[in-house]
Design a protein around this ligand. Structure first.
Ligand code: NAD
Ligand code: ZN
Length: 355
């Protein structure tokens, strides 16, 4: 048995108003007069108060990013070229937004120091050189991207992360004020990503005391947010996201994420909603979790899309089945070593047809 040597985010600030300290954090990185910082910010903040609070200095680069579609290798390479046009490397890359923006910031920080385009590095531990210093600042919570060692990208052949120790943020700023005002459906879908991380981690065969400790606490926080509508829900959800991320980082996700990847790659569903669609048909895998999830749907009056796959052509379903089946570590987490005997095309086809 070889244990994973897990790299965690070395520095973090948590608290309402913590965003105001970004200026100080960056001052530590700015050493020469021509040093500059790159801010990759979700376009949604273009018309919000946060825009005027970004601690921009004269030479800094502010790039608004469009996350209508989930990040692609092409988008990362284009952003990287825009930064490289400055002729000098930035001293820091800051991502401000949701999982999509955080992943873009991680990927650009990596691609500034690793040649050849991001598609080349989709996989595990392919990154050669350390990234430029990079900071993650979530403005919607649930994915755990602030805690993880991956930057998930849709590439020419597949949706797969740049997984490496160098991917991990050098610093995160968790300011619960920033997630105020997220539209309700999106708040639910992204938050459920965290809930599902906990269920998959806690019921998986890879579970150990480390991931259980994070997973149980994150699950408890999710319940306070989505069942009890606790007054400090923003603080709780932000912490749940981080801890759920830590839990899966040292164990693994499971059946829901495998099926959701198929929906995402073939039909373009975003991660959060894709997970909700998949989770809703997984009562045989996660009976209590799915029951509780449906209660949460009900409380928040969220209507999931219906008949998403029922009438799709067989070949479309077959494509999704192939992608889901390819997620070996996820299935191993569900069933253990002999997962291949259980994960049949027939079983997956039946699940997809119910979505
Ligand atoms: P997102 O970043 O895709 O954003 C979802 C929507 O919320 C967007 O329309 C965005 O503009 C909006 N938004 C963000 N902040 C807002 C705010 N404060 N107010 C109003 N609107 C706001 O959402 P997400 O669910 O956080 O991220 C999904 C992405 O994360 C996917 O691309 C997925 O692959 C990736 N992901 C990464 C990891 C990882 O470990 N790296 C884990 C899970 C998912
Ligand atoms: Zn997820």
């Amino acid at each position: 048995m070889k244990f994973r040597n897990f790299k965690a985010v070395p520095k973090m600030i948590f608290g309402r108003g913590a965003f105001n300290q970004l200026h100080d954090i960056l001052s530590e990185e700015r050493k020469q007069d021509d040093d500059f910082v790159v801010f990759l910010v979700d376009k949604v903040h273009q018309d919000k108060a946060l825009k005027d609070r970004i601690p921009l200095r004269g030479q800094d680069q502010l790039l608004w990013v469009d996350v209508t579609d989930e990040p692609t290798t092409v988008q990362v390479d284009t952003l990287t070229e825009q930064v490289k046009a400055k002729q000098k490397l930035p001293v820091s890359v800051i991502g401000i937004g949701g999982g999509s923006t955080l992943d873009l910031a991680k990927a650009v920080a990596l691609m500034l120091t690793n040649e050849g385009g991001s598609a080349k590095y989709q996989g595990w531990d392919l990154i050669q050189n350390p990234a430029v210093h990079h900071v993650g600042i979530p403005t919607i919570s649930g994915t755990g991207a602030e805690a993880s060692r991956t930057a998930v990208l849709c590439g020419p052949e597949r949706k797969l992360g740049l997984n490496s120790d160098h991917t991990v943020f050098d610093q995160i700023v968790m300011d619960p004020e920033l997630i105020q005002g997220v539209p309700k459906d999106q708040w639910f879908y992204t938050g459920m990503d965290c809930y599902i991380h906990c269920i998959e981690s806690l019921t998986g065969t890879f579970l150990n005391e480390y991931s259980q400790a994070f997973g149980e606490k994150a699950l408890d926080l999710c319940r306070q947010v989505y069942l009890d509508s606790h007054p400090d829900s923003d603080d709780k959800l932000m912490m749940a996201s981080y801890m759920g991320g830590m839990s899966i980082a040292y164990s693994q996700v499971g059946a829901c994420h495998a099926i959701s990847y198929g929906l995402s790659y073939v039909l373009g569903y975003h991660h959060g909603i894709g997970n909700c669609l998949a989770f809703n048909v997984l009562e045989d895998f996660y009976p209590e979790g799915v029951m509780e999830f449906r209660k949460m749907l009900d409380i928040h009056q969220i209507e999931l899309p219906q008949n998403v796959c029922a009438d799709l052509p067989d070949e479309t379903i077959a494509k999704m089945v192939k992608i889901a089946k390819g997620m070996a570590p996820l299935w191993e987490n569900v069933y253990g070593e002999h997962w291949q005997e259980q994960v049949t095309d027939d079983m997956l086809t039946r699940l997809y047809r119910r979505i």
